[in-house]
Design a protein around this ligand. Structure first.
Ligand SMILES: [Cu+2]
Length: 149
């Protein structure tokens, strides 16, 4: 979906039309109280086309344990986003008030599921935040840095 939008915009760099580089994130059931992505840092070139694949290795039913990948625009209040997401179960934990703060996100992956999103990295170098927006997961440590350089 974001690819179609990016191409329609007509102002994306040439590499946006090339084959995306795939990055796979996995998450197992939490060990102790620690919940985290298998990849804590993603480094992308400005305007690079990426495919993020979110794979849940969890065993717990999806209703209580699902994971996504949400990349936020620079300057977003991550705690405010996460708090709003916790109350947004009806929209798959994507808070309607914050949709304009999201660069890209996958759907929620339940046990054994895999969800993809293809998008173009920001063209502005800097550090962005990605996180899981399932209730409580960001606070538990399910977050990472998305570096554009
Ligand atoms: Cu999660």
């Amino acid at each position: 979906m974001s690819l179609a939008l990016a191409c329609l915009a007509g102002s994306v760099p040439l590499e946006a039309h090339q084959t995306p580089r795939t990055i796979t994130l996995t998450v197992a059931d939490p060990v102790g109280d620690k919940m985290s992505y298998s990849v804590k840092q993603i480094v992308a070139k400005p305007g690079e086309k990426l495919k993020i694949r979110m794979v849940s290795m969890a065993q717990t039913p999806k209703i209580v344990m699902a994971h996504n990948f949400v990349l936020l625009k620079a300057g977003t209040d991550v705690k405010a986003f996460s708090d709003a997401a916790a109350n947004a179960r009806a929209t798959d934990y994507i808070p309607p008030a914050f949709t304009s703060a999201i660069i890209a996100h996958t759907a929620m992956a339940g046990p054994g599921e895999s969800m993809d999103v293809t998008f173009t990295a920001p063209t502005k170098p800097g550090k962005y935040v990605f996180l899981c927006s399932f209730a409580g997961h960001w606070a538990a440590g399910m977050t990472g840095d998305f570096i554009v350089r």
